[in-house]
Design a binder for this molecule. Structure first.
Ligand code: NAP
Length: 282
């Protein structure tokens, strides 16, 4: 396609979400409630530490309290679950984010599922995932919700479209597939054992890249006019799509950085504020 694609600007979408949130945070403060997101970092993975710091900074810029819990690499599953339980019971904490991945010796699923559903603002619990699959989650997983928020901001149609999702992780590929299915897309989910991936991707009206491999999705896989959403975030600020080549065929595409990433963080803040609002309503 010779026409320039529409660049789906994640900064624009996240600024729009955050401007609306700033008003809500102020209203909550006037009612004596300051939204608070607790983040838990276990171990010393530098990328995880950066993500947690970015989320904390984003909270603080918006007047949301960022409560940081940092646990040693040697923390056991039981100790992590006890730390989460304490945050569950703290009425001043409205959202809990356990940074993935945790060290290998920890049962991550058990830890995630310790988070009380009312505080599962990152949509990581089994219950939150199921509610999302049914289409009524309060807090769907943040990156999938961000992908949908970008599509809605730019009025990109979903119903009846063929969406091909590359990746099936519980925090990204699977929940975004469910959300697109719930919006009446026809969904194909691909993974590492998928055969003839290029041919399947080339049939998509909507491509979601959630692989974790830099420049993995090739430009000549993209059907002319398709919408490309790149959730990938690899070392060196590189997405999962070969951006320049995919942009030649796509009608709309998210860049990396400044695509899905900032909207994911804005979505996390949005869920935290909504959780705080619910405590005022009851
Ligand atoms: P993940 O848990 O490693 O999952 C990767 C998925 O890709 C798996 O389902 C895997 O298939 C599939 N895959 C791997 N190699 C493949 C291949 N050759 N062909 C087809 N599928 C293949 O990763 P994730 O946590 O979902 O993250 C994916 C990407 O999104 C990463 O770049 C991550 O950094 C990024 N991310 C970004 C944000 C954000 O805020 N922007 C948030 C979360 C994640 P199998 O299931 O068969 O192994």
């Amino acid at each position: 396609m010779s026409k320039e694609p529409l660049i789906l600007d994640g900064k624009l979408v996240s600024d729009d979400i955050k401007a609306k949130l700033a008003v809500k945070v102020q209203e909550l403060k006037e009612k004596g409630v300051t939204p608070c997101l607790a983040t838990i970092l276990v171990g010393e993975d530098p990328a995880s530490a950066t993500y947690v710091r970015m989320k904390g900074n984003a909270c603080e810029r918006l007047g949301i309290i960022s409560k940081k819990v940092v646990l040693d690499e040697s923390t056991t599953t039981e100790e992590l679950m006890a730390a989460i339980q304490e945050l569950n019971e703290d009425p001043n904490v409205h959202g809990i984010l356990l940074q993935h991945p945790v060290p290998h010796h920890i049962d991550e699923r058990a830890a995630f599922d310790t988070i009380r559903i009312e505080k599962d603002v990152d949509g990581v619990t089994t219950l939150g995932f199921s509610q999302n699959a049914f289409g009524f989650a309060e807090y769907p997983s943040c990156t999938p919700a961000a992908i949908l928020a970008i599509m809605d901001y730019y009025n990109l149609p979903i119903e009846g479209k063929h969406a091909v999702i590359v990746g099936r992780s519980p925090i990204l590929g699977k929940p975004v597939s469910m959300m697109l299915l719930n919006r009446n897309a026809t969904v194909t989910i691909c993974h590492s054992r998928t055969k003839d991936l290029a041919n399947i991707v080339s049939q998509a009206d909507i491509v979601v890249a959630a692989v974790g491999k830099p420049n993995f999705i090739q430009g000549n896989w993209i059907k002319p006019g398709a919408v490309v959403l790149d959730a990938g975030y690899n070392k060196g600020n590189i997405g999962d799509c070969d951006y320049e080549a995919c942009a030649e065929a796509a009608s709309a595409i998210t860049p990396v950085p400044a695509g899905v990433g900032p909207v994911t963080i804005a979505t996390l803040l949005k869920h935290t504020v909504e959780s705080a609002e619910r405590t005022v309503q009851v």
